[in-house]
Design a protein around this ligand. Structure first.
Ligand code: GLA
Length: 407
């Protein structure tokens, strides 16, 4: 009887261990690059290797970008035992060799699957093969899994993601789990112990402020639409589990102003920074945005608090994000079609983040040094008296971002 009790207790212990995601990864929003936005299905071993090379040569890896993620369309067939294989034409040397290549550069390799019978592009999904797939990824030494949500009729979302999370845990290799369920089942309410990030809406497209509806009825959304979906969810984001408003479109065709606003707002929202452009070939303007370490530090700040949309005035949006050591990031977003010149009066921005961090700005008694995060210049100090500090002009579809450094 005693032996039986011990066996049951041990099994219960295993069970609770199995029902956990991998901890100690995802303490900061993930940073990397993915094939999808630029290449869709036109991917190959050579492209992935080229991106790994460029990630290092461009300085992106030193700035914090570490994952090289292969999205949809890498799959071949399952073998006779049901183990998934990669497409031998696209990846002639196989996934393990590619992982070795990427690891030798000091980077990590990500892969993609789907909870359903097939991926969105029609390749084999993981349904019924979760433990086999997780084992295969571990054998290949994969570090990141994006798990999509196509072809999932009658599947319970929480159960499906929990199953894959358990399978990854059982396979024994720590893997970042990026859940791509598009928000239909409100993963922010149940996924914090299952995965490390969850998509909060439909796919982004390379557009600042409009929605593109496909003949099938589904839609892609612009930068502003992503922001609107993400902003009410800030209380669900924290170290270990993040809201994901989708991959970046910086460098894919928007204006430099729009790209800058897109990147700044992803940083303000502590969002994953997964690049979607061709990093082998970037303009100086694109590099200045993606390699802006002061802005990246806002995204990656150790408090891990998603920024808040404090107020609007004259068509401008005023966003604040509490940072370590009492600092705050502040971004003024101008999503309107015209430049706006604004008289900044700090007292207007006394606020307390009641919802998440409980931290306050206190412009009546606290003086902050004002650091411009895009010009990389100090612009003096905040003023404790109710007066105009200076006029700030924010171009159309652009931002001005400051770090307010507590003195
Ligand atoms: C879905 C996802 C995208 C991408 C494609 C691949 O649409 O939301 O991010 O992974 O599938 O087919």
């Amino acid at each position: 009887m005693r032996q039986l009790t011990i066996v049951i207790l041990v099994l219960m212990g295993c069970n609770s261990l199995m029902a956990q995601k991998w901890e100690k990864i995802g303490d900061r929003p993930q940073m990397g690059w993915s094939t999808w936005n630029k290449f869709q299905g036109n991917i190959s071993e050579d492209i992935i290797k080229g991106m790994a090379d460029a990630m290092v040569a461009s300085g992106l890896s030193e700035a914090g970008y570490q994952y090289i993620n292969i999205d949809d369309c890498w799959h071949g067939q399952r073998d006779a035992d049901g183990f998934i294989q990669c497409d031998p034409k696209k990846f002639p040397n196989g996934m393990k060799a590619l992982a070795d290549y990427v690891h030798a550069k000091g980077l990590k390799l990500g892969i993609y699957s789907d909870c359903g019978t097939g991926t969105c592009a029609g390749f084999p999904g993981s349904l019924g093969h979760e433990y086999q797939d997780a084992l295969q990824y571990a054998r290949w030494e994969i570090d990141y899994l994006k798990e999509d949500w196509c072809n999932t009729t009658n599947i319970n979302a929480k159960g499906a993601y929990q199953l894959m999370s358990d399978a990854l845990r059982a396979a024994g290799r720590p893997i970042f789990m990026s859940m791509c369920e598009w928000g239909g089942h409100k993963p922010w309410e149940w996924a914090s112990e299952i995965g490390h990030s969850w998509r909060i809406g439909p796919d982004i497209w390379c557009n600042f402020d409009s929605t593109r509806v496909h003949p099938g009825g589904y839609a892609d959304i612009g930068v502003m639409q992503c922001i609107r979906l993400c902003e009410p969810l800030r209380k669900y984001a924290a170290p270990g589990h993040w809201n994901d408003p989708d991959m970046l479109e910086v460098g894919n065709g928007m204006t430099v102003n729009e790209d800058r606003a897109h990147f700044a707002m992803w940083c303000m929202m502590a969002s994953p920074l997964i690049l979607g452009n061709d990093i082998r070939n970037m303009s100086q303007e694109t590099m200045d945005i993606l390699l802006n370490r002061e802005m990246i530090a806002v995204d990656q700040d150790e408090l891990g608090v998603q920024g808040l949309h404090h107020c609007d005035d004259q068509g401008l949006e005023f966003w604040f994000k509490p940072l370590k050591d009492g600092d705050w990031a502040m971004t003024i977003l101008n999503a309107t079609p015209k430049a706006v010149t604004y008289n900044l009066n700090w007292q207007r921005f006394n606020l307390t983040d009641d919802e998440v961090s409980k931290l306050s700005t206190n412009f009546d008694s606290q003086i902050y040094k004002v650091r411009n995060l895009w010009t990389h210049k100090d612009e003096g100090k905040t003023t404790v008296k109710d007066k105009v500090w200076k006029k700030v002009t924010i171009p159309s579809r652009d931002v001005v971002s400051f770090r307010l450094i507590k003195l």
